[in-house]
Ligand binder design. Structure first.
Ligand code: IPM
Ligand code: MN
Length: 348
């Protein structure tokens, strides 16, 4: 029995999560896996009503679950930053979800903006460090609001944090068993202290994985290769901020936000799975948003929980549904949100 915390969140979040749950319920019948779903109402609406994002007591409660299934966080009436730091980043940090896993996989019949590239060329995975780097909110202002203003924002890199992320990436590359190539994406030519630490940790850990080929690419070159030769990548490991940027590029080459999923993973604790597209307020309650990203997030959750067969069944069913869709874009799919959910659930 898996206890799953469900945070529908804002905008289209609850709609796509509803379809994801439909698919998980179908999985439950077919594979004899039991789930118990518990709803949490964190998001913009609750914040506007109560001024609360995620209370400390809720963090303790969430620790008792096997996983968290998240829709989207972001509300047009809330100032940018409040919900992101108060909910999404707070959960990532408090639950020590130190890996952000983003598969970049182009499925057949999905349109990519890259000319002459198809599913054989676009199939890699980004392992993004998820609890350090530029995301720690350490910094401040001096002489704020004056012409002499100074603002600092510190980039944190701990040997422990970097090494556990790199180690996870090597293990994943081995388990994935494809090209057996792990690329470190950093900026060692400029960040000569911070990324020297990454470089040394990468070299040292790589000696324990003689079956994996270690590669290196600067982040600027990485964006270039992702467009020009995405087939060069198998697994990429990178820092929090660089990972944020390159995975949006990755989402675009795999067919857009309608399909891109991510996992915030604590391999020893409670992980959280989400479609990465955001709350898309203008499509809310129109039954037009693409639920596949949420469905693939559910697939990733099954995989991380160890339900490999069920995860593969979700992927196979989704791939069949994709073959019938006109587009991955909201309102242009040829089907409604709930129809896509029904089709994937039935296909299980
Ligand atoms: C993501 C998002 C978040 C991030 C924001 C919403 C804080 O862009 O999950 O990639 O930067 O990590
Ligand atoms: Mn992002």
């Amino acid at each position: 029995m898996y206890k799953i915390a469900v945070i529908g969140g804002d905008g289209t979040g609850p709609e796509v999560v509803r379809e994801g749950l439909k698919v998980l319920k179908s999985v439950s019948n077919k594979f004899d896996i039991k789930f118990e779903f518990t709803d949490f109402d964190f998001g913009g609406a609750r914040y506007l009503k109560t001024g609360e994002t995620v209370p400390e007591s809720a963090i303790a409660e969430l620790r008792q679950f096997d996983a968290i299934y998240l829709g989207a966080i972001g509300h047009p009436d809330v100032k940018p930053g409040i919900l992101e730091t108060g909910i999404l980043l707070k959960l990532r940090f408090a639950l020590d979800q130190y890996i952000n896993l983003r598969p970049i996989k182009l499925y057949p019949n999905v349109e990519t903006p890259l000319a002459n590239k198809g599913p054989d060329e676009i199939d890699f995975i980004v392992v993004r460090e998820n609890t350090e780097g530029l995301y720690c909110s350490i910094g401040g202002f001096l002489k704020k609001g004056t012409p002499d203003e100074v603002a600092t924002q510190e980039m944190i890199n701990t040997r422990k944090g970097v090494e556990r992320c790199i180690r996870y990436a090597f293990e994943l590359t081995r388990k994935r068993n494809k090209e057996k190539t792990l690329t470190l994406c950093a900026k060692t030519n400029v960040l000569t202290y911070a990324h020297d630490l990454w470089w040394r940790a990468f070299q040292e850990v790589s000696t324990e994985y003689s079956d994996i080929k270690p590669e290196y690419a600067h982040v600027d070159a990485t964006t270039m290769w992702m467009v020009k030769n995405p087939e060069w990548f198998d697994v990429i490991v990178t820092t929090n901020m660089f990972g944020d940027i390159i995975t949006d590029l990755g989402a675009m080459i795999q067919g857009g936000m309608g399909i891109a999923a991510g996992g915030n993973i604590n391999p020893e604790g409670v992980s959280m799975f989400e479609p990465i597209g955001g709350s898309a307020p203008k499509y809310t309650n129109k039954n037009v948003i693409n639920p596949l990203a949420a469905i693939f997030a559910g697939q990733m959750m099954l995989d991380v929980l160890g339900e490999t067969k069920a995860a593969l069944a979700v992927e196979a069913s989704a791939v069949k549904v994709i073959s019938q869709m006109k587009s991955m874009a909201a309102g242009k799919m040829g089907f409604s949100t709930s129809e896509i959910g029904d089709m994937v659930a039935d296909g299980i």
